[in-house]
Design a protein around this ligand. Structure first.
Ligand code: MG
Ligand code: MG
Length: 238
C-alpha cells in the first residue's frame, strides 16, 4: 500500500505541475492514467469501480466529489478543481485527493482550501491506537465549523486495503470516544469534504457528480494512512 501510495502522490504532483487555465478535466485524466500505467503493474483503482468510467474524479467549484472528466469541461482562471485518484498495485489500493486552484483564486477560496487541509491534518492526528473513529470525525468537524464552514454528511472516509472501500466508515463528524476502536495496522482513507455554505448535497443527472445543493464552493482533501504504534503514517505523500 505504501508503494501504491507513492504512485498516487506522484500522480497528484504531476497534475499540480501541468494544471493550467484552458485545460479540460479530460486532459488531466489522460495525464493521470499515463503516469499511473508508466509504473509496472499499477492500474487506476477507479476505472470500472461501480462502473465509474475514468481514472480521476475531477470536481469543479460547487461539485464536491465524483465529477467525471470530460473534454467539454474546460477549467477557467479562479476556479478550483478537486482531483481524487486511487491506484491498485499487486492487489492493494491507495486513495488520495487534493483541491487545486486554477490560476489565481480569490482570498476566500484560498481560505477554504487552507482550512480543509487543516481539517484533514486534524483528523489524521487522531488516528491513534486506542482512539475511536469518532475522534477523527470530531476533530475534522471542530476545525471546519469553527471556521464557519459546513461538513458534508452523506459521504464519508473509509477503510482501504485489498478492496477500495472497506469497513469502517470514517465520517467527518462525530463525537469523541464513539464508533469503532482504532487498532494498530488499520489502513484508512480520511477525506474531509467541506463547504462554504450549507453542506446539503444533491446528485446531478449523470448519477455521479455530487454538488452542494446551494451552489456554494466545496473542497476535498484526502490521504490514506496506516495506524502504527507510534501514530499515524501517511501513505499517500511523496
Ligand atoms: Mg479518494
Ligand atoms: Mg476515499
Amino acid at each position: 500500500m505504501s508503494r501504491a501510495g507513492r504512485i498516487v502522490a506522484g500522480t497528484l504532483d504531476r497534475i499540480r505541475e501541468v494544471l493550467r487555465p484552458g485545460m479540460s478535466t479530460e486532459d488531466l485524466d489522460a495525464e493521470a492514467e499515463r503516469f499511473i500505467r508508466s509504473h509496472d503493474g499499477a492500474v487506476p483503482s477507479f476505472k470500472g469501480l461501480y462502473g465509474f468510467p475514468k481514472t480521476l474524479c475531477t470536481s469543479v467549484d460547487e461539485e464536491i466529489v465524483h465529477g467525471i472528466p470530460s473534454p467539454k469541461r474546460v477549467l477557467t482562471e479562479g476556479s478550483i478543481v478537486s482531483v481524487d485518484v486511487g491506484v491498485q498495485l499487486e492487489g492493494l489500493h491507495a486513495d488520495s485527493a487534493t483541491t487545486l486552484p486554477v490560476g489565481q483564486v480569490a482570498p476566500d477560496t484560498e481560505r477554504l482550501l487552507r482550512v480543509t487541509q487543516e481539517c484533514l491534518a486534524a483528523g489524521i492526528a487522531q488516528a491513534r491506537v486506542g482512539n475511536h473513529v469518532g475522534d477523527i470525525g470530531y476533530a475534522v468537524q471542530q476545525v471546519a465549523e469553527s471556521a464557519g464552514y459546513g461538513v458534508v454528511r452523506e459521504l464519508v472516509g473509509h477503510g482501504i486495503g485489498t478492496r477500495f472501500h472497506e469497513e469502517p466508515q470514517v465520517p467527518n463528524y462525530g463525537a469523541p470516544k464513539r464508533g469503532p476502536r482504532l487498532l494498530e495496522g488499520m489502513t484508512l482513507a480520511i477525506e474531509p469534504m467541506i463547504t462554504v455554505g450549507s453542506p446539503v448535497t444533491r446528485t446531478l443527472g449523470d448519477k455521479w457528480t455530487v454538488v452542494t445543493a446551494d451552489g456554494s464552493l466545496s473542497a476535498h482533501f484526502e490521504h490514506t494512512i496506516v495506524i502504527t504504534a507510534n501514530g499515524p503514517r501517511i501513505l499517500t505523500s511523496a
